[in-house]
Design a protein around this ligand. Structure first.
Ligand SMILES: Cc1cc2nc3c(=O)[nH]c(=O)nc-3n(C[C@H](O)[C@H](O)[C@H](O)COP(=O)(O)OP(=O)(O)OC[C@H]3O[C@@H](n4cnc5c(N)ncnc54)[C@H](O)[C@@H]3O)c2cc1C
Length: 380
């Protein structure tokens, strides 16, 4: 059974081939070693940049591909369907979009071409040991002194944190002001005094993706490195990019379900039980029929969201539904698929085991399922 996308076209199909070739030749062969190391390394980012695969939806004048969200979605899908989560191009793109949508002209010109070339890997640091869902509770502080912000604080769970060359750090520039005292500082990591990356965190899944703690101790950041050049805009900047960020998770969740479905179908056709292929047992066919139905129904909704995002009309509540539905369904589907592999499904050498472990975090990062329900329920 196929699950065709309503938003693709012949050019995007060619682009998909290009992405798939890169993933199969550059990313996949190194996946086991990357999982061992806890990161994919800089070389593959630069290679992706050389091939024009990064920042596909950033305008060409800033070094991007000049495409739209669909071009980005293709790359996420091709990774997700193979269960390859090492290269967090999603976070990289989110960072690029902060520059594009909120940066000054100087900031766009300084950072976007380097992000597109893969010279700099991007990260965004919001979460702290004491504040995740409740971002207003962050304590990282930046004080303006002699033309520099002096940054102090600790961030945790930061995707791309180990490899990042540029980090958008969410901090308080006026701790008395709550949301309106929040700003985003642009921190370049190379040679940055007082900045330290902690260990690459040991996660249950997404082993090839570097997730790190970051420490800022009296880090001096030039005042010109304030995103958008105006203090107190941090929360507004964070909120306005949410539809983009949440749809990425919905898109990759659905592609991952498709990959799991296909891997399971192949397996149950081969695996013999009680003298016949596993697929001949009614329960197997019913389970896969349920999974295929989820994917087909989900495709209609997610595709609609993709169209709306490209048209600029996707609202935060609907994007939150895509994230909520996508991640929750992904976890259920992966569980059903893994069950059909029996004990082999529990072995890490089988991609289904890795996909299962990787899927779990989709309900947590980018805003938890509970926070998605909060956001949606405000629009009831
Ligand atoms: C692999 C990974 C990668 C990540 N990447 C990044 C990154 O790149 N940058 C970044 O800044 N952060 C990142 N995060 C952090 C992630 O966004 C947070 O973990 C997430 O937002 C939840 O915050 P928390 O862990 O502090 O949990 P908490 O906020 O402490 O939540 C604990 C539980 O309470 C629930 N809860 C909280 N508030 C409410 C409420 N109002 N109503 C109902 N339930 C509630 C939550 O849903 C959750 O179940 C990443 C996390 C992981 C695991």
């Amino acid at each position: 059974m196929d699950f065709p996308r309503s938003w693709t076209d012949p050019d995007l199909d060619l682009w998909r081939d290009t992405c798939a070739r890169f993933i199969e030749t550059e990313l996949e062969p190194d996946d086991a070693a990357s999982r061992e190391r806890g990161h994919v390394g800089h070389a593959v980012w630069r290679r992706a940049g050389e091939l024009g695969l990064l920042c596909a939806d950033i305008p060409e004048q800033y070094g991007g591909g000049g495409g739209d969200f669909r071009h980005e979605a293709v790359f996420y899908e091709e990774c997700a369907r193979r269960g390859l989560s090492g290269m967090a191009t999603s976070v990289h793109s989110i960072v690029a979009h902060y520059f594009l949508n909120h940066g000054t002209e100087d900031q766009k010109q300084r950072y976007l071409p380097r992000l597109a070339r893969g010279e700099l890997v991007g990260a965004i640091a919001m979460t702290e040991p004491g504040a995740g869902s409740d971002l207003q509770g962050i304590r990282t502080k930046a004080e303006l002194r002699d033309g520099h912000y002096v940054l102090n604080g600790t961030k945790t769970f930061i995707t791309n944190g180990f490899l990042a060359g540029v980090i958008l750090v969410v901090c308080k520039t006026d701790p008395t002001q709550g949301a309106r005292g929040t700003s985003i500082l642009i921190v370049e990591t190379e040679g940055c005094e007082g900045f330290r990356v902690g260990r690459v965190l040991d996660k249950m899944g997404m082993k090839a993706q570097d997730t790190s703690e970051l420490f800022f101790d009296e880090v001096r950041v030039p005042a010109a490195q304030l995103l958008g050049g105006k203090e107190g805009q941090g929360f507004f900047q964070l909120m306005s990019d949410l539809p983009y960020e949440r749809l990425i998770i919905g898109v990759s969740a659905l592609a991952n379900m498709e990959g799991a479905y296909r891997a399971t179908l192949d397996y149950v056709r081969e695996r013999q039980v009680f003298g016949k292929p596993l697929i001949e047992i009614q329960n197997t066919r019913f389970k896969l029929a349920e999974v295929a139905t989820q994917i087909k129904v989900g495709r209609a909704f997610i595709d609609r969201c993709v169209h709306d995002l490209v048209a600029g009309t996707l609202d935060t509540a609907t994007a939150s539904m895509a994230k909520l539905w996508g991640s929750e369904t992904q976890c259920r589907v992966l569980d059903e698929c893994l069950q059909l592999f029996g004990g082999y499904g529990y072995m890490n050498e089988y991609p289904i085991a890795r996909m299962y472990a990787d899927a779990r975090v989709q309900r947590i990062y980018g805003g938890t399922s509970e926070i998605m329900k909060e956001v949606i329920s405000r629009q009831l």
